[in-house]
Design a protein around this ligand. Structure first.
Ligand code: FUC
Length: 761
């Protein structure tokens, strides 16, 4: 339970660091918990500017037409080492900036006036076991309680306010963050409706109140008086539909009216029970116990003391455990079926011009938001991400055509799709408008790993066949046509390539090659399972054999660039000479180490590479990035150290992340708030406790000395296994491995392999 003895003042900085988020995948609400002028900031997942619009009749997903010649020119210039030409040509390969990129929007606020100015016994909380938030206090001898939850099955947010005496008087209204919204209060409801000026997207929000007091509607507000309780039922929607190329569906109004009528008929208690059952069905699948604190503090105090190293060992672990749970809470609250995936901030955003548009960033961020769904038993939460990637295929074919001359036709309709770093709900698949961060065709293929992991963990062959394999195959087809043979390297390479998000621009860097290598490996694996055309799979095998993604460099590191050894002449000048090539020595991205994590290609069978990965990881420093920031950079490296089986290094990063990047409401701060750091942390903790590669499982591969005793139940492993482990004094005490059909499982335990019996799941 997150709890606090004071409210969050209403401003952006407190929104980001102190407000408490609830969400049902579609709707997100941030609660400030103010006794007097309470504010609930809210979002609806699809409220975006950008995309097709009457004012943008030529919307084309940001693509510029006919860029294939520029691609060929730059490939040639790179081959001929014509540096000046390359840097001139690279800008030719960008997408259009003024192209309707848009941004995720703040829908607005529900603002209250309670006239509760002096209060005592104040507490606000967010219970992670039930996903119910509450605010309680006493004012003039009356006790007040407000409860809030976001129910997914009925798609409503409910807020119940109760008073110990029948003297609850308050008013509330919508304050919509979109220009020109019309707010109307009547009878027992308030509606807010309008059209986004930028793209004509229609939106509608409504709150209905049920109370035993009197209700009066006036000037857009509802006034409740003499009540002992009031229940507010809230929902919202837009006419967005993830349907290429129009991205529009029906007006949201009828659906919202129906949804609210059904919810109100169910009533508060049933909606609450439905919500808790739905949430706990996901949340309760995993439980981690590493802490046994004698005393717990309010969360802000706990965090402050953690940062000052003023907690005892059990209290520290309590916070580490809570943060693990929180990563699961956030994804359950922001990523549910039949909707868009979680964006950079999940579903919560209080700005109309949020950082990076609050978009879908594919050069590490979206991937990281979805790693923990698999190992912490929330595979269903990945479905919106998989659907979204599928939805990028149609617009991604346009990008493949305009930039790579890879054309899909009526006769050959799925000939290759691609997208780059940043994406929106409107099929914006082109490269970004600056080459140095925007060009990244392999980012689309990296996402294929997240999708394939759905199968690796669930072994759902039908789902693989229907929803995952076709897009992997078409993405692999893109590469079959886009790779070029480079004589000097004797490899098939992607060109140009750029390691996120630092240079130099080169041919076949490690990031691109290892992703394509893994895409081909997974596609071959999947193709065999679904029984695809053997000739196609053989073709992948042949090219894959000539990708050579990984190489060890002069100081025994994993090279990030093929030519990296020529960047410097000796170790002493290495860091300095790096800069002349546009690379940042301690960069936050560790893209050359993807083969270590999340891929499985640097492993115990490749000891030299494993050692080299360690060298490279140490070289990157704690988080990378000059100012020692980037929460996700640290979360990323927790996972990598877990793969290197070094629990103590992983723990050092946990300590650093919690001390420097975690806000009072436990959101991860890049800064600003980015949900990837939260999710990546949770994935990392699970990875420290359980490794799986489809061949075997390793229990407690990277247990830090700080977590000597504990247990974890319900972690998932590749191959469809579920695992419970308990340990004492750093040694495994008991373990149970469950499977639906497999009766045995190969595990590695204390360094030895053994075949063990499973329990029927
Ligand atoms: C990647 C990172 C940035 C940031 C952005 C949203 O581009 O390099 O640090 O997290 O995504």
């Amino acid at each position: 339970m997150l709890y606090y003895n004071n409210p969050a003042k209403f401003n952006h900085s407190n929104w980001e660091s102190k407000s408490l988020p609830i969400g049902n995948g579609h709707l997100g609400v941030c609660i400030f918990g103010l006794p007097n002028n309470e504010v609930l900031q809210f979002n609806e997942k699809t409220l975006w500017t950008g995309g097709p619009a009457p004012s943008r009749p030529n919307y084309y997903g940001g693509n510029l037409k006919g860029k294939f010649n520029a691609l060929k020119d730059i490939q040639l210039a790179l081959q001929n080492n014509e540096t000046a030409k390359v840097s001139k040509l690279k800008d030719e390969l960008c997408g259009a900036e003024d192209s309707g990129y848009g941004a995720y929007q703040n829908f607005g606020y529900i603002k209250f006036n309670f006239n509760h100015r002096v209060v005592k016994n104040y507490k606000r909380s967010l219970n992670l076991d039930t996903a119910v938030a509450s605010v309680e206090y006493c004012c003039k001898q009356t006790n007040y309680l407000r409860e809030y939850f976001a129910n997914n099955p009925s798609n409503v947010v409910v807020n119940k306010i109760t008073a110990s005496k029948k003297n609850l008087d308050f008013s509330f209204t919508f304050d919509i963050a979109q220009e020109g919204a019309s707010v109307l209060a009547e009878d027992n409801f308030i509606t807010a409706s309008g059209v986004i000026a930028d793209n004509g997207l229609q939106y509608f929000a409504k709150i209905v109140v049920k109370t035993d007091g009197a209700i009066q509607a006036k000037n857009g507000s509802l006034f409740i008086s003499g009540a002992s309780f009031a229940e507010l039922y809230f929902t919202a929607g837009t006419n967005y539909k993830n349907n290429y190329p129009t991205y529009r569906g029906e007006s949201p109004i009828a659906a919202i009216e129906k949804r609210l009528a059904t919810a109100i008929a169910l009533g508060y208690e049933k909606l609450k029970a439905e919500h808790i059952a739905d949430y706990t069905n996901l949340y309760n699948r995993v439980s981690l116990h590493i802490a046994n604190p004698k005393k717990v503090f309010a969360t802000n105090v706990l965090l402050k003391k953690y940062k000052r190293q003023a907690l005892d060992a059990e209290q520290k672990k309590y916070l580490e455990e809570m943060l693990f749970n929180y990563g699961r809470y956030l994804i359950i609250s922001s990523s549910r079926q039949n909707d868009l995936p979680a964006n950079l901030q999940g579903i919560w955003n209080d700005k109309n011009n949020p950082a990076w548009s609050c978009d879908y960033h594919l050069n590490v961020n979206l991937q990281m938001c979805y790693w923990h769904v698999f190992n912490t038993n929330l595979a269903e939460c990945a479905l919106p991400m998989i659907d979204y990637m599928n939805s990028l295929r149609a617009p991604g074919r346009v990008t493949a055509q305009e930039y790579h001359n890879i054309v899909s036709t009526k006769e050959n309709p799925q000939n290759g799709w691609v997208c780059h770093v940043q994406n929106t709900p409107f099929g914006w698949t082109c490269p970004g408008w600056s080459f140095d961060w925007g060009w990244s065709p392999a980012s689309s293929s990296w996402m294929m790993q997240n999708c394939f992991d759905y199968f690796a963990f669930t072994e759902d062959v039908d789902y693989l066949k229907q929803n995952i394999y076709p897009m992997m195959k078409e993405n692999a087809k893109f590469w079959l046509q886009n790779l070029i043979y480079d004589k000097s390297q004797d490899r098939y390479v992607s060109s140009p390539s750029y390691s996120p998000e630092h240079g130099p621009i080169s041919i076949g860097n490690t990031f691109e090659q290892e992703i394509i290598f893994a895409l081909f490996s997974d596609t071959i694996k999947a193709g065999k399972i679904v029984g695809d055309d053997i000739e196609f799979l053989q073709q992948l095998e042949q090219i894959k054999a000539k990708l050579n993604p990984l190489a060890v460099g002069k100081w025994k590191q994993i090279k990030e660039w093929y030519e990296e050894d020529s960047f410097y002449t000796n170790e002493a000048t290495r860091q300095a000479s790096y800069a002349t090539h546009g690379c940042q020595y301690k960069h936050r991205h560790a893209s050359h180490l993807l083969a270590l994590y999340p891929y499985l290609n640097i492993n115990e069978q490749t000891p030299e590479l494993l050692e080299a990965a360690k060298v490279s990881l140490l070289d990157r420093g704690l988080s990378g990035f000059a100012m020692n920031i980037s929460g996700w950079g640290k979360a990323n490296k927790i996972n990598m150290w877990a793969r290197l089986k070094n629990g103590d290094e992983a723990y050092a990063l946990i300590n650093n992340l919690l001390s420097k990047n975690i806000a009072t409401n436990l959101w991860d701060l890049h800064p600003p708030y980015q949900m990837d750091g939260n999710c990546g942390y949770t994935a990392g903790v699970a990875e420290m406790l359980l490794f799986s590669n489809g061949d075997y499982l390793e229990l407690l591969p990277a247990l830090p000395k700080q977590w000597q005793n504990g247990s974890v139940c319900g972690l998932c492993a590749r191959g469809g296994f579920t695992v419970d482990i308990s340990w004492q004094n750093g040694k495994i005490a008991t373990y149970k491995i469950y499977h639906k059909t497999k009766t045995t499982c190969k595990i590695k335990i204390d360094g030895n392999f053994t075949q063990v019996k499973t329990i029927k799941a």
